[in-house]
Design a binder for this molecule. Structure first.
Ligand SMILES: *[C@@H]1O[C@H](CO)[C@@H](O)[C@H](O)[C@H]1NC(C)=O
Ligand SMILES: *[C@@H]1O[C@H](CO)[C@@H](O)[C@H](O)[C@H]1NC(C)=O
Ligand SMILES: *[C@@H]1O[C@H](CO)[C@@H](O)[C@H](O)[C@H]1NC(C)=O
Length: 163
């Protein structure tokens, strides 16, 4: 009983000490879908990228990709990676981008990679496949030789239910 009381007072003490709970700002991360989410081909999924923009940091365009095979190196290669390009988007962040002119949709649609690409490309079926949603954002703060680039990655399960 006494041990229990000691434990509970320790618990109270530790929660008190850790207050206030700091809500850390997320920057340059894919907040939706969450890591490990399963998405079926043709299914819409919520998409949200929390950009780099902050006080003294401007976020410009970001491009969204799906990699079915991650690039292994950044050397020129005909098979550099494999996947799908969703698009290039922006978001309002003053003063760099006062108004978004091509915001990302609230949902993206997982492509059916088994469909014919047209021409010589015929796609391929896959089940329970590990794929990667990637965002590359161009951002800047002060003087840089070109935009800085942020890479954010989230793992998804394509055409399956679990990893
Ligand atoms: C953002 O992308 C749009 C469309 O591709 C382009 O017209 C615009 O110049 C880009 N903005 C910057 C700051 O690079
Ligand atoms: C999804 O997985 C099933 C097997 O579970 C397979 O028959 C089907 O072809 C797959 N679909 C795609 C689009 O790859
Ligand atoms: C996603 O989960 C995998 C497996 O648990 C982990 O290796 C990876 O670092 C995670 N990625 C992110 C962005 O959290």
């Amino acid at each position: 009983m006494q041990l229990l009381r000691l434990l509970s007072s320790l618990l109270v003490l530790s929660t008190t000490l850790s207050l206030p709970v700091s809500v850390s700002a997320v920057n340059g991360e894919i907040t939706s879908p969450t890591n490990g989410t399963a998405v079926m081909p043709g299914e819409s999924f919520d998409f949200k990228y929390d950009g780099m923009a902050d006080y003294s940091v401007s976020g410009y365009n970001y491009s969204v990709w799906l990699f079915t095979s991650l690039p292994e190196s950044f050397s020129p290669s005909e098979t550099f990676g494999a996947g799908y390009y969703f698009g290039r988007y922006d978001y309002a962040n003053y003063p760099g981008v006062p108004y978004a002119s091509h915001p990302a949709p609230a949902q993206l649609v997982m492509p059916n990679l088994d469909a014919r690409f047209g021409g010589f490309g015929i796609g391929k079926s896959a089940s329970n496949a590990l794929v990667y949603l990637a965002v590359i954002e161009e951002w800047a703060s002060g003087s840089t030789f070109g935009f800085q680039m942020n890479l954010a990655l989230t793992q998804l399960i394509y055409n399956g239910t679990s990893s």
